[in-house]
Ligand binder design. Structure first.
Ligand code: SAM
Length: 291
């Protein structure tokens, strides 16, 4: 392919030809470096059999590479102004479908069923709009889609929080939420210079490999996540204080302290020292007490 979209020259040409101006509010920072895209694709581990869901194709820089290396790409773009641009720029490819929709509103299960073969490995690969990184990833994870792996460029700080392990100051309820569904790994840091315009924050590529089943057994998932959140509500406070606050109306402080004892977890510890297994024990114990 002679002229990839992801070069400064071609990007400027495309934007100029269509009189396009960036909307900061939509997180529009387009990639202008093919090597970065190829690194992302290599980390994702896709091949010609793969189906890909992309969020936010922009002018098609990543979409084009994905179309080149995989079987099929379905890309969701919210900005109507980009549709004619994408149609033009991606005209050489017949294995891309652009869906003009807010990804947060999309019925992804139905789309997957209609668009991909039943035995096809499906990946999510995207340079996400940073202003809604967490809602997008949590929607994709919670919907239990048949996706093998997520390889996404996101804000470095958020990537580190999602992949953080216990006893790290970045470890929190977001780490648990993501790692309950996936094995999370930051695989690459990306310089601001590969974007047009450069974003204000640093970026990383996060690889999330879907788990076959959660690493812990919990009686009630939403109760488990609520307990995890409560334990991190005030990071500097002990588990005991955070849980007493959480169960103020329902259990009172004595029963809450007893619950911690029953779970075999020292209430003077802080949330950031608990691993997922310990959170599961804690949640399951309190679930029994509450019922
Ligand atoms: N993939 C392109 C690239 O790497 O050059 C563009 C990435 S840019 C960081 C994010 C893209 O997501 C923009 O095209 C933006 O319009 C789109 N976007 C923002 N919010 C969206 C949403 N809720 N649903 C779908 N697309 C969205």
């Amino acid at each position: 392919m002679a002229k990839w979209i992801a070069t400064p020259k071609r990007t400027k040409e495309i934007l100029g030809a269509h009189g396009f101006s960036f909307k900061k509010s939509l997180g529009q920072n387009f990639i202008i470096d093919v090597n970065i895209l190829n690194n992302i694709i290599q980390k994702a581990g896709i091949d010609k059999q793969s189906g890909v869901i992309e969020v936010g194709p922009g002018i098609g820089a990543l979409t084009e590479q994905l179309a080149f290396y995989t079987d099929k790409v379905i890309a969701y773009e919210i900005d109507q102004r980009l549709l004619p641009i994408l149609q033009d720029a991606l005209a050489p490819y017949d294995n891309i479908q652009i869906i003009h929709q807010d990804i947060l509103e999309a019925d992804l299960s139905a789309m997957v069923q209609n668009q991909f073969k039943s035995d096809q490995p499906i990946h999510v690969i995207a340079n996400l709009p940073y202003y809604i990184t967490t809602p997008i990833l949590m929607k994709l994870l919670r919907e239990h889609l048949p996706v093998t792996r997520f390889t996404v460029m996101i804000q470095k700080e958020v990537a580190e929080r999602m992949a953080a392990k216990p006893n790290n100051k970045k470890y929190g309820s977001l780490s648990i939420a993501v790692q309950y569904y996936t094995r999370a790994e930051v695989v690459m840091n990306v310089p601001k210079s590969v974007f047009m315009p450069p974003p204000n924050v640093d970026s990383s590529v996060l690889k999330l490999t879907k788990r076959e089943s959660p690493p812990v057994q919990v009686t009630d998932e939403s109760f488990f996540f609520a307990i995890v959140q409560a334990c991190f509500a005030q990071r500097r406070k002990t588990l005991r204080n955070n849980l007493i606050r959480h169960f103020k109306a329902s259990l009172g402080s004595e029963t809450t302290a007893d619950g911690l004892k029953q779970a075999g977890i020292d209430g003077t510890r802080r949330g950031e020292s608990l691993n997922m297994k310990e959170f599961a024990v804690l949640a399951n114990t309190f679930h029994t007490i509450i019922e």
